[in-house]
Ligand binder design. Structure first.
Ligand SMILES: [Zn+2]
Length: 67
């Protein structure tokens, strides 16, 4: 992965060990501790959706198994 060109980042959100930065190249960086995931905006939306569904499933007393 190329890291030579430094992008300017704008912090969009922060919660505990997690933060979401918007890169001026258009990528979204999900920072988890020392790990940074570079995502497309649409991938971030998918991730958010997956997390939301996971949380929903956790809070549901009867879990539906997906296999
Ligand atoms: Zn960038």
């Amino acid at each position: 992965m190329k890291t030579a060109k430094q992008c300017r980042k704008t912090r969009l959100a922060e919660c505990g060990a997690f933060s979401v930065d918007l890169c001026d190249c258009g990528a979204v960086n999900l920072v988890v501790g020392f790990v940074t995931l570079r995502l497309e905006k649409s991938a971030l939306a998918d991730l958010a959706d997956a997390i939301r569904r996971g949380l929903d499933a956790l809070s549901r007393p009867e879990r539906t198994t997906l296999h």
